[in-house]
Design a protein around this ligand. Structure first.
Ligand code: ASP
Ligand code: MG
Length: 422
């Protein structure tokens, strides 16, 4: 008997019919003799709709009440799913995040899991029932309040439960057949990947691939949880995200795992920074104080005449306003001249473990972009990733030409079953 954790995303439980379809799938897994724990997201775009509603009531809802509101979305889907499973003759019980023992810190809107005590889930399984757990939510012991794990947090709930219950596998059900070499919504010739290492998956998720959330991949990697990404709309094989143990990774890896696009970033340029020790430290201490997670940083060569330089960096658009305000405030102390803010950027990242041992990857990437007439504004690299910033409106074309240049195009068009990709 295996213990399987299955997570169904919002597009897989978007309406009553989808819920019944998913319930059938769960019942089949249970009847095949497995213990089944199910984690659900809110139906369709419920979370976005609740968020819109809150913003119509007040411009800045408080974290506590917003979490109270948003967690209602998953309560709806979990209860409906449990009813549907029961109607098919299999016992099922739904649990909120706190009932399922998802203990978090007190950070509303982006809480971190600090402990998982799934006693009630375990006893539900022992009694033969399927346990349904609301994704994306937790409970803080200090404040006694309900928290949320951040957008897309149901993946993390599923992985954390899989780790705590020592599940054999954590299946992530979505509206595409698995992890693709790039977003199939952007490039119809994207190719499904059969197996990918968690290291590559982590880089792709960090670079903007939306199929899995980065925190879930990190958690799975740290706890040795095998992820299986599959479509809830068919029985295709999906993608296994594996954690190769040392010495086992001697299988020849493909050079490139995938190409990711990220349109959520903006660029700040600090113009006319005195080129003397300590200025970068001051700038990025100020930026960190504003809570921004920065990504790429580029410092220009300083102009000989002025001994001043420009420093540019990228950050999430959502951190833009706060960071600009903090830097403006520190302008005299740092001594820079002006600030520029640019939201029309896109980031393309090429990821592959094979890059470690292959020369010429950047040359090929830059050539493909040059041949398409696309200008590169910033570049950064890690051991297994190259990222470039271009204009936002060229990013889709950039991804397509790079995908083709690295021979990743599939014979057939990828199938996207549902959902808005939100
Ligand atoms: N419903 C939440 C969201 O839309 C959590 C999730 O879907 O994983 O972000
Ligand atoms: Mg959702």
């Amino acid at each position: 008997m295996s213990l399987i954790v299955q997570k169904y995303g919002g597009s897989s439980v978007a309406d009553a019919e989808s819920i019944r379809r998913v319930a059938k799938r769960i019942v089949e897994t249970r009847k095949a003799g497995n213990e089944v724990v199910v984690v659900v997201s809110a139906m369709g775009d419920t979370t976005d709709e609740l968020m819109d509603l809150a913003n119509q009531v007040v411009p800045q809802p408080t974290g506590r009440e917003l979490d109270m509101l948003l967690t209602a979305g998953e309560r709806i889907s979990m209860a409906l799913l449990a009813m549907s499973i029961k109607s098919l003759g299999v016992e099922a019980r739904s649990y909120t995040g706190s009932q399922a023992g998802m203990i978090t810190d007190a950070q509303h809107g982006s809480a971190r899991i600090v402990d998982v005590t799934p006693d009630r889930v375990r006893s539900a399984l022992d009694s033969g029932a399927v346990a349904i757990v609301a994704g994306f939510q937790g409970f803080n012991r200090g404040t006694g309040d309900i928290t949320t794990l951040g957008r897309g947090g149901s993946d993390t709930t599923a992985v954390a439960l899989a780790a705590a219950l020592k599940a054999d596998v954590c299946e992530i059900y979505t509206d595409v057949d698995g992890v693709y070499t790039t977003d199939p919504r952007m490039v119809p010739r994207a190719q499904k990947i059969d197996r990918i290492t968690s290291e590559e998956m982590l880089e792709l998720a960090a670079a903007g691939a939306k199929v899995l959330y980065i925190r879930a991949v990190e958690y799975a990697r740290r706890h040795g949880v095998t992820l299986h990404v599959r479509s809830s709309f068919n029985n295709n094989e999906g993608t296994l995200v594996i954690n190769p143990v040392d010495g086992e990774s001697n299988v020849e890896e493909p050079l490139i795992a995938g190409v990711a696009a990220d349109l959520s970033q903006a660029k700040i340029t600090v113009v006319g920074v005195p080129d003397i020790p300590g200025k970068a430290a001051q700038i990025f201490t100020t930026v960190a104080g504003a809570g921004a997670n920065i990504d790429m940083i580029v410092q220009n060569v300083s102009a000989a005449a002025t001994s001043r330089t420009d420093i540019s960096f990228t950050l999430p658009k959502t951190d833009g306003a706060g960071t600009l305000a903090a830097l403006s405030h520190a302008r005299d102390a740092i001594g820079f001249e002006t600030l520029e803010y640019d939201e029309q950027i896109g980031k393309l990242s090429l990821v592959g473990a094979g890059m470690r041992t292959n020369a010429g990857v950047s040359a090929k990437l830059f050539t493909a972009l040059y041949e398409a007439g696309i200008n590169i504004e910033m570049i950064s690299t890690s051991e297994i990733r190259i990222s470039v910033v271009t204009r936002a409106d060229t990013i889709a074309q950039a991804v397509r030409v790079v995908h083709t240049a690295f021979d990743l195009d599939a014979e057939e068009q990828a199938q996207v079953h549902g959902g808005t990709g939100r």
